[in-house]
Design a binder for this molecule. Structure first.
Ligand code: ADP
Ligand code: ASP
Ligand code: MG
Length: 412
């Protein structure tokens, strides 16, 4: 079985959905499972709904706007009397009634129940459309297959259960399902973290022992830098799993960082290709790929730099580290770069759940801290050391690190 993942950009409007069918035509639509994200920026729009709801502001108007967007897309795909319109209305009625009845004060729980609707409705639309044009497929609720714990907004996959459920799928049928979502033991929806649909596709690929997985993007493949941020970047046509893991880990957002490991474990060939030009080769990521070792650039924005030192100028010792990391784990703050000296520890942090002020408050009870918000982490992979000077020009560098041809700097 092969796995195709189509992200938000590839289903952002009716023309894009039609283009998905062109991609499928060019690739063959047999023994295939499609993982599909929410349409365009729907996830951001649904996040806004949850924010408004918790601020006790008018969220209904925002829901109505999102509903109208989906109805407009459906108008470009279906006859007026198509069942898809009823489904769209029902979905959005459900969100409104869930929020009206909800008593849970747990932001992350409510977030997952609401934000997941973007994937539910987009897969309904795409599945109906493909069936109409004779790409016969069965719609699946991914929450019946991907089982997680109850870490809302950051679900951890229960691999044993997930494998057991996915094993019941029929490999000779074509399926359409959602990225980004699973469910806990009580069958409440749990999302896998923003941009998590690539990861969902890899979970299905792993559990189905897929022959290959392809994610369809608005770029020609994995490039030596994000073409939106860097000039003169080029396509990496072959890279190893390790190189791809490192690039994703450092912040190359074209692949979600959790995607690679399940694929690598089962040696499943992985392609990143353009949905604009599906016949082009794109990037192949695999076990014996000749790694290109091209200099590549990754910019991770919205980071926080935190410098921690002891109040009495004593050394930063293991028990201090253990305390700091305990808090980082408690607040789910990720370390993207770390450097320690005798009396201080510098951390570049990714604060997904906006907990940095709480962390800082806790740490200040014991340590002296210095926090700089809104910094960027710039990484150069396979850096040519003889001319790294160019990267320092016009930048205010707050922290730097060089290890194994990887140059990293925190800049303001
Ligand atoms: P989708 O959500 O539609 O699956 P994403 O927006 O998550 O797709 O990923 C595609 C985007 O990733 C591109 O538009 C590009 O701006 C960005 N990107 C970041 N780093 C790279 C890179 N090294 N190569 C190619 N694209 C990159
Ligand atoms: N729709 C989700 C998001 O925008 C998941 C994904 O697209 O990968 O984060
Ligand atoms: Mg995305």
């Amino acid at each position: 079985m092969k796995i195709f993942k189509f992200g938000g950009a590839s289903v952002k409007d009716a023309e894009s959905v039609k283009n998905v069918s062109m991609v499928l035509k060019s690739q063959g639509f047999e023994e295939c499972l499609l993982v599909i994200s929410a349409m365009g920026k729907t996830t951001n729009e649904l996040e806004k709904v949850v924010e408004l709801y918790f601020e006790k502001n008018n969220y209904q108007t925002e829901i109505e706007k999102i509903k109208q967007k989906h109805i407009e897309i459906a108008k470009g795909l279906f006859r007026n009397d198509h069942v898809a319109f009823d489904e769209i209305n029902l979905f959005f009625d459900d969100i409104v009634s869930f929020l009206r009845r909800n008593k849970s004060p747990n932001y992350n729980f409510v977030y997952d129940q609401v934000v997941s609707c973007g994937e539910m409705i987009s897969t309904k639309i795409v599945s109906e459309y493909l069936n109409d044009i004779q790409f016969t497929n069965q719609w699946l609720d991914a929450r019946d297959y991907i089982k997680t714990d109850d870490s809302y907004r950051d679900g951890n996959v229960n691999w044993a259960k997930t494998e057991e459920f996915i094993a019941t799928l029929n490999p000779s049928i074509c399926y359409v399902t959602q990225g980004f979502i699973g469910s806990d033991d009580n069958n409440f929806t749990v999302t896998l973290g923003r941009e998590g649909s690539d990861y969902s596709a890899a979970i299905f690929a792993y559990c189905l022992n897929a022959t290959a997985m392809t994610i369809w993007k608005d770029v020609p493949g994995v490039m030596t830098g994000d073409p939106r941020k860097f000039n003169n970047v080029s396509l990496l046509s072959n890279i190893s799993y390790e190189e791809a893991i490192e690039m994703a880990y450092y912040g190359a957002s074209v692949i979600h960082p959790k995607t690679l490991q399940p694929l690598q474990q089962k040696n499943i060939p992985f392609y990143v290709k353009s949905f604009v030009d599906p016949t082009k080769g794109g990037t192949k990521v695999g076990a014996c790929e000749e790694n290109q070792h091209e200099e590549s650039y990754i910019l991770k924005e919205n980071q926080t730099l935190m410098k921690i030192s002891t109040r009495d100028f004593s050394f930063i010792a293991e028990d201090h580290m253990s305390l700091v990391f305990g808090y980082l784990s408690k607040y789910k703050i990720k370390v993207s770069l770390m450097q320690n000296s005798a009396i201080s520890l510098a951390l570049c942090l990714e604060d997904k759940f906006l907990k940095i002020d709480e962390l800082n408050e806790e740490l200040q009870k014991v340590f002296k801290t210095d926090v700089v918000k809104n910094v960027s982490l710039f990484t150069v992979r396979n850096a040519k050391m003889e001319n790294i000077g160019k990267f320092y020009q016009e930048k205010s560098v707050l922290l730097e690190q060089i290890a194994k041809n990887t140059l990293q700097m925190v800049t303001q």
